[in-house]
Design a protein around this ligand. Structure first.
Ligand code: BGC
Ligand code: NOJ
Length: 812
């Protein structure tokens, strides 16, 4: 069952009922100011950091109830309604929400009044614009009242929902004309304030939540709107400050009026904070608001945003006979890659924005799907991430976006982390050819006095694994590897202890075959970087270490029909036939195979067949089987989840592409695509009532076969799935892979995929790639011509000065 449809021409998902199974959200903002916005106008806004600089409040643990947002109330006689249905939930004559790329549009029609809301964050400013357009479609004059509503967060979102004894006394506001300023804590150490403004004269305002809602009312029945019909012009002193504008609107038949609301974040230099004692210097706000006063201003800023995205999405685009692939590749998957790059795992409807900062592992992986979009920002990010590495090559697992400092509550000890830095850097250099990044001086633990080149950071990443091997010469796992819940050195017995940080950060025995796979894959990528910089001795050393690891995996990481997952702290196998539960895992099988381990020996094929046999289910490839049915002290969080959920036999959408990529490595395009389809939102749209999360983006986890509701998705938006699926479809299935020497075109498609065309902008040139598959093969380039000349192999050689490459590829 569907709750809407894709409008591909406008790059929008159109939601036709407000009653979606979960709030279906969108993200507004591209740089520093961000808003989450649901299909019923729920959500919240923040500047740079969802924890420390939160502008508006959201009540997280209500989901699926979507409580708090940026609301407009329309009072038409006794009827009070919202264009996005919530919070009054008045049944509308017509409802529509269009989530687009960086904007959302809402249409609500009630009693012949049509309200259209357009919300977006302009490229150049730290504000959100919401333009509401009201049209009288009746044949009579209408006098209605429009109320806006936002509830301020007292900046630090964590403190905001805990420290009530203080917070109920600190709130402060100023109101000047139609501009409502939020200045809690501005009197002391904050140099920033927020403003909510409208470009029209108002007929009243409120800034005290209690005055507007009324005691024992909620935002679904504000007393001012539903009963009094008139704002009280309240000035908040403590308690909960809000911003409400009232505009009385008269509309003749057929008449339309529009209002531009701006919610902005502003900063002042410390010495210039005040206009007069206790009065904010409003200069930055006035300058910003002046830019968005008319419809024409809004149209211009909106057009600029749309052009910006059009430009970004023209870097990789495909035309195939498969509409679902086209829309995911050309629009939604890349869009989600941008959002995950911006947010890491901080703020969604499932990540509260107060817990997790930027992840070392996560942000590096996010780069894989983002680097082609804005390489300069990827470059900065790589330097930021590497700056949190320790001198021995290990790394803080997370860092705060605002301070860019490592988070010591979690510390280090996740032994896959170092290798992801190689993955991210390699992707950047292959994309751009910019070897200069490798020479950048980058600190360790933010200490510039011990800085070395980025290349030296990569060496230390690599050597961290070389120097931390266990009894089988496989990498020690530490606190966990990619699977945060496989906590082999944790042994936690008390609720409330974090599985990730309890126990020692390192044990001398527990080993990860998954990290071994990563080492082989990213060791080779590091060696290639050494080739590019001419360090042949290091390249040779690295390849020697990689070969040793390859052998160690075949010797002790192979279980007969698949790859072992790990060895626990007692040296016992995990992910082996010897185990009662958790006999086979996805991670080691996907990653070792995609790294090429066992390909020539025929073992990768065997491992992937085993994955299909044991881990496949209707909705995707499960993380492990059989699920753990009891808590295992020696395994940690993985066995804390009920069977079928999360890391305990759920379908982790993130690592399904690893298996799909591995299938392309051995040339099985039909199977690679079958896996791609199962978790692909454009396909799961059809079962939205089961899947529940947004049909235009990936979610982190889909409940596996053992679960109560198999197929139910959770934790949408902020997941490494976005980057990995885009990598899979764009570089492996459609096969356009950036190498140091140029673009490689080596598709691995289902036999009946048909011919297709790709436009790819790469290193300053445009590649028009046409792939023909007359014999319906799954893989294999029979011939390739570039600008009419035949070329050996499948890498398009880069020629100086050539701006356009017309590439004809024939598979066979
Ligand atoms: C989740 C993991 C996540 C980890 C982060 C766990 O509870 O299951 O998916 O990576 O928390 O700390
Ligand atoms: C989500 C985390 O953000 C990611 O770092 C981790 O790899 C997966 N969960 C699997 O545990």
């Amino acid at each position: 069952m569907k709750y809407g449809f894709f409008d591909d021409d406008n790059a929008e998902y159109v939601i036709t009922t407000p009653k979606t199974p979960l709030p279906w959200i969108n993200y507004l903002g591209t740089n520093d100011f961000f808003s989450l916005i649901s299909n019923t106008c729920g959500g919240y806004s923040f500047y740079k950091d969802a924890k420390l600089l939160r502008l508006t409040r959201y009540r997280y643990n209500g989901v699926p109830a979507d409580v708090n947002g940026k609301y407009f109330y329309i009072k038409d006689g006794d009827c009070v309604w919202n264009p996005g249905w919530q919070p009054t939930k008045t049944e509308l004559d017509l409802y529509e929400c269009r989530h687009g790329i960086g904007y959302s549009k809402f249409k609500g029609v009630m009693k012949n009044i049509e309200a259209n809301v357009l919300s977006f964050v302009p490229i150049d400013d730290t504000c959100e614009i919401s333009r509401i357009t009201l049209t009288n479609n009746s044949s009579e004059n209408k006098s209605i009242k429009l109320f806006s509503y936002v509830e301020w967060c007292l900046w630090n979102a964590d403190d905001d929902m805990k420290n009530f004894q203080r917070n109920f006394s600190t709130g402060e506001v100023e109101v000047v004309g139609s501009d409502i300023y939020h200045k809690t804590e501005y009197r002391e150490r904050r140099n920033h304030f927020a403003v909510y403004s409208v470009n029209a004269k108002i007929d009243g305002f409120d800034t005290s939540r209690d005055a507007f809602l009324g005691a024992y009312h909620d935002n679904h029945d504000p007393e001012v709107v539903c009963e009094k019909g008139q704002c009280t012009d309240s000035i908040a002193h403590g308690w909960s400050p809000v911003a409400v504008h009232q505009i009385n609107v008269d509309l003749a038949p057929g008449e339309t009026k529009s209002y531009v609301f701006v919610l902005g974040y502003c900063e002042n230099p410390v010495e210039d904070k005040w206009e007069s004692k206790g009065v904010i210097n409003k200069k930055p706000a006035k300058e910003m608001l002046a830019k968005y006063r008319t419809d024409a201003d809004v149209d211009k800023a909106f057009a600029k945003l749309c052009d910006y995205w059009k430009g970004l999405l023209s870097i990789y685009s495909v035309k195939s006979k498969n509409d679902k692939v086209n829309r995911m590749v050309n629009i939604w998957n890349q869009y989600q890659c941008m959002v995950t790059f911006n947010m890491s795992r901080s703020a969604s409807y499932y990540e509260s924005g107060i817990g997790r900062g930027m992840g070392f592992r996560d942000s590096n992986q996010d780069l894989l799907g983002f680097v082609h979009l804005i390489p300069e920002r990827a470059r900065e990010r790589i330097i930021d991430i590497a700056s949190t590495q320790f001198e021995d090559g290990s790394a803080y697992h997370q860092y705060q976006p605002l301070t860019k400092k490592g988070n010591s509550d979690i510390g280090s000890g996740f032994n896959d982390d170092p290798l992801w830095l190689i993955a991210g850097t390699s992707a950047y250099v292959r994309e751009t050819g910019d070897l200069s990044i490798l020479k950048e001086m980058v600190p360790y633990d933010n200490d510039m006095s011990v800085a070395t080149t980025l290349m030296e950071h990569l060496k230390r990443s690599f050597d961290y694994i070389v120097n931390h091997k266990g009894p089988h010469d496989l990498p020690l796992i530490g606190r966990a590897d990619w699977n945060d819940c496989l906590n082999l050195n944790c042994f936690s017995e008390h609720p409330g202890e974090s599985f990730q940080t309890f126990g020692p950060s390192e044990g001398p025995v527990a080993e990860s075959v998954f990290i071994a796979g990563m080492f082989v894959k990213y060791g080779e990528e590091y060696a290639q970087l050494c080739d590019e910089t001419g360090d042949t001795a290091e390249a040779e050393r690295v390849r020697g270490e990689v070969a040793k690891m390859y052998d160690a995996v075949l010797k002790d990481g192979w279980d007969g029909d698949w790859f072992v997952r790990a060895y626990d702290a007692y040296g016992k196998k995990i992910g082996s036939k010897e185990c009662e539960e958790g006999k086979i895992f996805i991670e080691s099988n996907g990653f070792c195979s995609l790294a090429g381990i066992g390909v020539k020996e025929g073992l990768a094929e065997k491992a992937l067949d085993s994955v299909k046999e044991h881990l496949d289910c209707k909705y995707g490839v499960m993380i492990l089987q059989p699920a753990y049915t009891v808590y295992h002290l020696e395994l940690g969080e993985i066995s804390s989840y009920p069977p079928g959920y999360k890391e305990n036999a759920g379908i982790f959408c993130h690592n399904n592409p690893w298996v799909s990529i591995a299938e392309t490595v051995i040339g099985r395009g039909d199977r690679a695509f079958e896996i791609y389809k199962k978790t692909c939102p454009a396909y799961t749209e059809e079962i939205s009532e089961i899947h529940k999360t947004e049909p235009y983006v990936y979610c982190q986890m889909v409940a596996g076969a053992d679960a109560y509701l198999p197929g139910e998705g959770k934790n949408s938006w902020l997941t490494g799935t976005a980057a990995w699926t885009f990598t899979n479809i764009s570089q492996y299935i459609l096969g356009v892979y950036p190498t140091h020497k140029g673009l490689q075109i080596d598709p691995c498609v289902p036999h009946d995929f048909g011919d297709f065309e790709i436009t790819r902008k790469f290193r300053g040139a445009t590649y028009n790639i046409s792939v023909k598959n007359p014999s319906n093969v799954e893989k294999g380039v029979k011939s390739m011509t570039v600008n009419g000349k035949s070329v050996d192999g499948c890498i398009v050689p880069i020629e100086d000065g050539v701006k356009e490459y017309n590439v004809e590829v024939t598979l066979g």
